[in-house]
Design a protein around this ligand. Structure first.
Ligand SMILES: NC(=O)c1ccc[n+]([C@@H]2O[C@H](COP(=O)([O-])OP(=O)(O)OC[C@H]3O[C@@H](n4cnc5c(N)ncnc54)[C@H](OP(=O)(O)O)[C@@H]3O)[C@@H](O)[C@H]2O)c1
Length: 252
């Protein structure tokens, strides 16, 4: 697929590292950012899928397992202007049935890895007085979801990390992305398909557009779709009534 470059903007010429670039939201974000003239570093474990994304975006592939290879990945990536911390895994079911190792895996990929990548890349951004940190969290991190306690906790942790870091950095933007349900292999991979008819899953390209818009406009947060801001705000402002509504309408 040919890539058309936008004339200008925050992403033109920027070096962007996208984790989880082999699939879903990460792959769609790679396509959208390449169209803006970004120079991409694409990472994940699936070489074939990453090379397919690289072929259409001109990106450089770096294989890495985020459970173990974060420091090495940061070193190999070199100078990075924009980090899109997108890679993530889910698990759905009663907590007591969660298999051994799954808790550690979710925490490692969804929370520890973006924190450690940030720790490795931030000094370079600060020294250059320029940078953007984007974290793909989830609405689950803002409101909590039945039978996704560990997943929701990792995303809530990511949101708190980003919110706190924002006070600490200067010259570096921080964006959190809170998608709802997105049509990607995520559900299949977590072992339980998305079983509801509403809300209907959004295409990954919609999240990718929101990420690009947030980077170009320096947005602190973006909900996809935008109406998800309402339950997030309600849960914060009126947690009691929110829980009543969530119990009534939030069943899978
Ligand atoms: N889909 C949704 O409804 C939804 C909603 C809200 C938030 N999100 C979040 O959006 C992000 C992207 O998810 P998606 O929907 O695009 O799912 P996806 O299609 O399953 O993509 C997940 C990506 O994470 C990477 N990944 C997983 N484990 C990894 C590991 N150990 N090391 C390196 N990379 C790893 C995968 O790469 P490899 O397979 O190449 O390793 C893949 O590229 C996740 O953080 C997810 O929590 C998704």
């Amino acid at each position: 697929m040919a890539v058309t470059r936008a004339a200008d903007g925050a992403l033109a010429g920027a070096r962007v590292l996208i984790t989880g670039a082999s699939s879903g939201i990460g792959a769609a974000t790679a396509t959208a950012m390449a169209a803006r003239g970004a120079r991409l570093v694409l990472t994940g474990r699936d070489r074939e899928a990453l090379e397919a994304v690289a072929a259409r975006t001109g990106g450089r592939v770096l294989l890495a397992d985020l459970r173990t290879d974060v420091d090495d990945l940061a070193e190999r990536a070199g100078q990075i202007d924009v980090l899109v911390g997108n890679a993530g895994e889910g698990w759905c079911g009663p907590l007591a049935e969660m298999p051994a190792g799954a808790v550690e895996r979710l925490v490692a990929v969804n929370l520890t890895a973006p924190i450690r990548l940030t720790r490795a890349l931030l000094p370079g951004m600060t020294a250059r007085g320029r940078g953007h940190l984007v974290y793909v969290a989830s609405i689950a991190g803002a409101v909590g979801v039945r039978e996704e306690a560990v997943y929701s906790a990792t995303k809530a942790g990511l949101l708190a990390f980003a919110e706190s870091l924002r006070y600490e950095v200067s010259g570096v933007h921080v964006t959190v992305v809170l998608p709802g349900v997105v049509d990607t292999p995520f559900f299949e991979r977590r072992g339980r398909p998305y079983g509801r008819s509403r809300p209907a899953p959004l295409p990954a390209e919609r999240v990718a557009r929101a990420i690009v818009g947030a980077v170009e406009r320096g947005r602190a947060e973006t909900f996809v779709p935008g109406w998800l801001r309402l339950p997030a705000r309600l849960a914060g402002a009126a947690p009691g009534p929110f829980r009543v509504l969530a119990r009534r309408f939030g069943r899978p």
